[in-house]
Design a protein around this ligand. Structure first.
Ligand SMILES: Cc1ncc(COP(=O)(O)O)c(C=O)c1O
Length: 498
């Protein structure tokens, strides 16, 4: 029976297609009280010749299957999830309440603008608030994730250059950048030109100046994450922006890590021309990777004509939606973006207010620094530079002394009840272990995590071979992750071999 096995025997949950029996159903519908539709006539050639092979299960079978799967997984509502660079923080339930208010949740996306003024008003308010938080002139709520925000921002940079009769190719990106940065460049037809950060883990103006010099007239821009993916603040930002602007380029700021500087620093003031927010990383909306996300783009006035359509703007006492704008890069998502996420972010921002938002970044930084201080002597930190919201350790000393690697530590943490941190990223750090506690965790939780890390270090010194088999207490043991990544089985087939 699914979900059951002899004691000590590992079992697998079959796909739902392998549960149930022919003819079984979980629905009980009333008798048809309207004339039946002539399906052949109504559908004609598109009618299927064989019924779809859908699962035929009872309601308890379906329910238990999904609840079992959910309980065997880690989630932010049950466990500490210190995934550096992914910011898995608690999603306050009041945000969910607001997003489910019937007036919002049941609003059809094709509702005429004059009947959707409440929702549009929320959008414009959020646009204005986000612009103020980062010191920019406008915001488009269209993109559905951070990466799509990057893509959109770079489309705007390309359109800007084209409007001036130029088509420079090179976008400079520090080598600690998130992988989505070069991907967004490539998708826009730009050449992503990587360059190294200095010994302190941040970009040195002289290095960038040299790289720009070599590119001559071909500088489209700089794409830089601040705070960067090592959790470090790019202190030379205004100078870097000056250098890029003097070459005719624009500065793209990856704002995914804004939760570290809310109310403390504004990218717009430091010379950034266009940037994206990751609402899930900064404003407690559920994480985009597993579902609908939102990655609004903020821009300076010079890029305003190129923002995606539709443009939502207040005109007097009404909010209007503009679909046709001559210089726009066009539509990047259906309808007006992911509205549910906007409600959640708006609720969070209004709940906290300016002082509360500053408190968010203060606590994010305090928690990361507290955790780093507690782990001093357990693992070496990748950089001595004071960090903000996340901390990167290396396994280099532990591996040379015991053979235990970052992956082993990560797997053993699961046995201790913690989701592993981000591992082997950024690539510039050997055996990186990147931890972001976030502002929503308590000192007690961080202390428990630190205690687990210390215990694992001791295990590495006393019984490294056992540790390399971790996880030891889970339903499934160590999985073949390389095979899963290279040969993913994403589609169920009846004859699929085990
Ligand atoms: C620095 C940085 N940039 C971009 C992204 C991409 O954001 P998303 O996952 O919403 O596409 C992430 C994701 O966490 C990130 O950490």
């Amino acid at each position: 029976m699914p979900g059951h096995a002899a004691p000590g025997v590992q079992f697998k949950e079959p796909p739902i297609f392998e549960l149930g029996a022919p003819g079984r159903s979980g629905a009980s519908l009333p008798e048809l009280d309207v004339p039946p539709v002539d399906v052949d006539n109504a559908l004609g050639a598109v009618r299927r010749s064989t019924p779809a092979a859908l699962p035929e299960v009872s309601e308890p079978e379906a329910f238990r299957h999904y609840v079992r799967l959910s309980q065997w997984n880690y989630c932010i509502d049950t466990q500490f999830y210190p995934l550096g660079s992914c910011t898995m923080k608690f999603n306050p339930k009041v945000n969910e309440w607001a997003a489910r208010l019937p007036g919002f949740a049941e609003l059809h996306p094709l509702t005429p603008d004059h009947l959707a003024q409440g929702a549009l008003d929320l959008m414009v308010r959020l646009q204005d608030i986000l612009a103020e938080i980062v010191g920019m002139d406008g915001v488009s709520m269209q993109p559905a994730a951070g990466a799509q925000g990057e893509l959109t921002g770079l489309m705007m940079i390309r359109a800007y250059h084209q409007s001036r009769g130029r088509s420079p190719k090179k976008v400079f990106i520090p080598d600690s950048a998130h992988g989505t940065n070069p991907a967004s460049c490539a998708l826009n037809g730009f050449d992503a030109v990587p360059f190294g950060a200095g010994d302190a883990g941040i970009v040195e103006p002289e290095t960038l100046a040299r790289a720009l010099e070599e590119a001559g007239d071909d500088v489209a821009g700089l794409m830089i994450t601040n705070p960067n993916t090592l959790g470090l603040y790019e202190t030379a930002m205004p100078r870097l922006a000056e250098l890029v602007h003097s070459r005719g380029g624009l500065v793209y700021g990856d704002g995914a890590n804004m939760n570290a500087v809310l109310g403390r620093a504004r990218p717009g003031d430091a010379g950034v021309d266009v940037m994206q927010f990751n609402l899930h990383k900064t404003f407690t909306t559920p994480h985009g990777g597993g579902g609908p996300g939102s990655g609004p783009v903020a821009f300076k006035k010079v890029l305003e004509p190129f923002q995606p359509t539709p443009v939502v703007r207040r005109e007097g006492d009404r909010v209007r939606v503009y679909h046709d704008r001559e210089s726009s890069v066009g539509r990047v998502r259906s309808f007006l973006g992911n509205f549910g996420m906007m409600i959640r972010a708006y609720t969070y921002i209004r709940e906290l207010g300016p002082k509360g938002l500053r408190g968010v970044s203060d606590r994010a930084v305090l928690n990361a620094n507290y955790l780093a201080a507690q782990l001093r002597g357990v693992l070496p930190q990748a950089f001595a530079t004071p960090m903000l919201h996340e901390v990167v350790f290396s396994d280099r000393e532990l591996e040379s002394a015991t053979g235990v690697k970052t992956l082993d530590i990560a797997k053993r943490l699961i046995d201790y009840g913690f989701h592993p941190p981000t591992v082997y990223f950024p690539l510039v750090v050997r055996g990186a272990l990147m931890i972001e506690p976030t502002e929503t965790e308590t000192k007690q939780t961080i202390d428990e995590f630190v205690a687990a890390m210390k215990a694992i270090k001791k295990e590495a010194e006393t019984d490294p071979e056992q540790l390399k088999k971790a996880p030891l207490l889970t339903r499934l043991r160590r999985l073949d992750e390389a095979r899963a990544a290279r040969k993913p089985r994403l589609r169920w087939r009846p004859a699929d071999p085990e």
